[in-house]
Design a protein around this ligand. Structure first.
Ligand code: SF4
Length: 367
C-alpha cells in the first residue's frame, strides 16, 4: 500500500502524469494528509500562494424543465407552485441591479432548466440585450446540456448555436451538466438530457470556436470509483486536444429533495480526497475550484490545503443547489471571501472569468 503511494509521490515529484491505476489507488487510500500534501505541491507549482475568486452574480432564467432528472431538486413542471420563467426584461433588470450593487462585478453566470416551449431566440435575445447594455461584463452562460437542447429545438447544429450565441455576446461557458460522463450513470440520473458523447461534442466545438469553458463532476450518488476516475481521464484527454478548459469543479451530490434522497451525503473526508485526487489527475488543468456553496465555507477553506486554488465567486443568489438542500448562504461578500482566504495563509486574488488578475490582496489592502 505505502509502496504504491511512494511511487505516486515520486511521479508527482518528477512532474509525471498519473495513470488510471494511480487514481483508483488514491481514491481507495486512507492517507488523506499525504494525498493532500501532494495536491498542494501541484497547486503551488501552478498558482503559488494565490487563491482566486471573482465578483459575480448568478441568474437562473427558468426552473421549468422537460428533463426532470432524478438528481435534480431545481427543475419542475410548468404547473408546479414554484415554477417560474423570467421575461428578458426581468433578466435585464437583475443585471442592472447587480451592476448597481457591485460596480466592480466582472461576470454574470446564467444557467437554467430546459424549458419545453421557450425558443432559442429567447436565450440569444437575453444575451444580446445584456451584452449591448453592459459590454464589459463577461457573460458566462449555458451548460453543454442547454446548448444541446437549443440545437434540438432550433433545428440547428451545435456549431451554429454556439456561433449565434458568441456573436450575441456569450463570453464563455460554465462546466455544468457533466455529472459523470458515463452512459450507465446518466441512464439512472438523467436519461432525458444530453448523453456523455453529446456533452463532449458541445464542449469540443465550443473550444474550437474559442469559447472557453469549465468542467464539473457530480459525485457521491450511484457512480463507482472507476467511473469517477474515467470521468477525469475523459476530461484530461479532451483538454490535451483543445486546451479550452479553465477550471475543474468537483461537486458532492446533495440528495435532499431529489429523486435519490435515500442516498447518504458524502463526508468531508471524501470531499477533500476527491478534490485532491482531481488536482493530481488533471495535470493539464490550470485550476481546480472548490465551490463553497456546495462544500460549506469551512470545508472550502480547508480545501485550500488540498490542491484548490479557486473559491468561485460572490454568487449573490444561488437557487439550484439550495433547492437540493444546500444550507450555505446564497451569496457571500467580497470582504468575507478575502478574509476566508487570508486566514489560510494564502493570497486572495480577485480575477475575471478568464483568470486575468483584477486585484491582488497581498496585505497592503484594507478590507
Ligand atoms: S439537472 Fe438540469 S436538465 Fe436535469 S432536471 Fe435539473 S434543470 Fe432540468
Amino acid at each position: 500500500m505505502n509502496e504504491q503511494l511512494c511511487l505516486i509521490e515520486q511521479k508527482i515529484g518528477n512532474g509525471e502524469r498519473l495513470t488510471r491505476e494511480d487514481g483508483l489507488f488514491l481514491l481507495k487510500c486512507d492517507e488523506l494528509l499525504r494525498i493532500g500534501t501532494l495536491a498542494r505541491l501541484v497547486k503551488q507549482r501552478k498558482s503559488g500562494n494565490k487563491v482566486y475568486f471573482n465578483v459575480n452574480r448568478h441568474i437562473n432564467l427558468t426552473n421549468i424543465c422537460l428533463s426532470r432528472c432524478k438528481l435534480c431538486a431545481f427543475g419542475c413542471d410548468a404547473d408546479a407552485s414554484e415554477a417560474y420563467v423570467m421575461e428578458p426584461e426581468k433578466a435585464l433588470s437583475i443585471a442592472r441591479q447587480a451592476v448597481a450593487d457591485a460596480p466592480e462585478m466582472t461576470e454574470l453566470h446564467i444557467v437554467s432548466a430546459l424549458h419545453p416551449d421557450k425558443p432559442f431566440d429567447y436565450y440569444a435575445d437575453i444575451i444580446r440585450r445584456i451584452h449591448r447594455e453592459f459590454p464589459k461584463l463577461h457573460i458566462k452562460a449555458f451548460t453543454a446540456v442547454e446548448i444541446a437542447h437549443f440545437a434540438k429545438i432550433a433545428k440547428l447544429s451545435i456549431r451554429e448555436v454556439l456561433t449565434i450565441l458568441k456573436e450575441a455576446g456569450l463570453g464563455s461557458m460554465p462546466g455544468g451538466g457533466a455529472e459523470i460522463l458515463n452512459d450507465r450513470v446518466r441512464q439512472i440520473l438523467c436519461p432525458n438530457k444530453a448523453s456523455a458523447a453529446e456533452w463532449l461534442e458541445v464542449v469540443r466545438t465550443a473550444h474550437q470556436l474559442g469559447i472557453r469553458s469549465n468542467a464539473t463532476m457530480l459525485y457521491g450518488h450511484v457512480e463507482t470509483h472507476e467511473e469517477r476516475i474515467d470521468h477525469l481521464l475523459t476530461l484530461r484527454k479532451l483538454q490535451d486536444k483543445t486546451g479550452g478548459f479553465q477550471a475543474f469543479i468537483p461537486f458532492p451530490f446533495h440528495p435532499e429533495n431529489t429523486g435519490l434522497s435515500d442516498i447518504k451525503r458524502t463526508t468531508a473526508w471524501e470531499d477533500l480526497k476527491m478534490l485532491a485526487v482531481s488536482r493530481l489527475m488533471l495535470d493539464n488543468f490550470d485550476h481546480v475550484k472548490a465551490f463553497w456553496i456546495m462544500l460549506t465555507v469551512p470545508i472550502a477553506q480547508v480545501s485550500l490545503g488540498f490542491g484548490i486554488d479557486d473559491l468561485d465567486g460572490t454568487v449573490v443568489e444561488e437557487k439550484i443547489l439550495h433547492a437540493a438542500g444546500a444550507k450555505t448562504a446564497k451569496g457571500i461578500s467580497k470582504q468575507d471571501i478575502i478574509a476566508f482566504i487570508r486566514e489560510t495563509g494564502n493570497i486572495p486574488v480577485e480575477r475575471d472569468t478568464l483568470y486575468r488578475e483584477v486585484q491582488i490582496y497581498d496585505g497592503s489592502h484594507a478590507l
